[in-house]
Design a binder for this molecule. Structure first.
Ligand SMILES: [Ca+2]
Ligand SMILES: [Ca+2]
Ligand SMILES: [Ca+2]
Ligand SMILES: [Ca+2]
Length: 229
């Protein structure tokens, strides 16, 4: 198991170095650098935390969305352990800029045959914007996009003011696993009519969902979740 402590809230880029090199450049270890090291660590478990002095701060993603692409990565922003977020991640360039052209985070190992699971705790994930690309007429998952059968557990967190041109303003996924507990989902919108808050055709659990069940095939049910927030 590898532990990484993020020490700066600037969006310092990963330059292909090891932990010492990435910590030495740009004034410290950024979340982007920590994630690159964790993703490069195979499927060993990785725990990413934040230095106490960063409590209450915001990371503005000036270098595009973040990615989790290997199993068992945890990002824990609850620095003081009281089950509330202490770190905010915004896709905007500055507070209130409302200029994001990326989502906040994608979770995918690009393989529908294998499942990776990510755990997010104590984070405010906000202002993401999933836009169409040359590959997608409309993009899903403005805050968090879960792909290829993969899984996310979000606890003690908030999804705020994220937007998607497709489905799932806050979190979007298809045939994935989404678990949300003790979290606030507010102000998210989707341009399609599916899931302003959360959209998924796979499995999801949580403590405040309005769920509509539809029969899938013989052996399981598909859940189609809409949260009109
Ligand atoms: Ca670097
Ligand atoms: Ca650095
Ligand atoms: Ca806290
Ligand atoms: Ca997968």
């Amino acid at each position: 198991m590898a532990n990484y402590t993020v020490s700066i809230l600037t969006d310092d880029v990963f330059n292909g170095g090891n932990l010492a090199a990435e910590t030495a450049d740009g004034g410290g270890l950024s979340l982007r650098e920590a994630l690159a090291l964790a993703n490069g660590n195979g499927n060993a478990s990785d725990n990413i935390t934040f230095a106490p002095g960063l409590a209450g701060g915001t990371l503005f993603l000036t270098n595009g969305e973040l990615g989790i692409s290997t199993d068992a990565i945890t990002i824990d922003g609850d620095i003081n352990g009281n089950d509330t977020p202490d770190i905010t991640i915004s896709a905007d360039s500055a507070l209130g800029a409302n200029d994001a052209d990326t989502r906040v985070l994608t979770i995918s190992d690009s393989n529908a045959g294998t499942t990776i699971s990510a755990t997010l705790n104590g984070l405010v994930i906000r202002d993401g914007n999933a836009l169409p690309s040359m590959y997608q007429a409309a993009a899903n998952g403005g805050g968090i996009y879960v792909r290829e059968g993969d899984a996310v557990t979000l606890t003690n967190s908030a999804l705020l003011d994220n937007t998607a041109t497709g489905s799932g303003g806050g979190i979007g996924g298809q045939e994935v696993s989404i678990t949300v507990r003790h979290s606030t989902i507010a102000g998210n919108t989707a341009s399609s009519d599916h899931g302003g808050g959360i959209y998924n055709t796979g499995h999801h659990r949580g403590d405040r969902f309005d769920r509509r069940g539809q029969p899938g095939h013989r052996w399981r049910w598909r859940w189609h979740c809409r949260l009109p927030q």
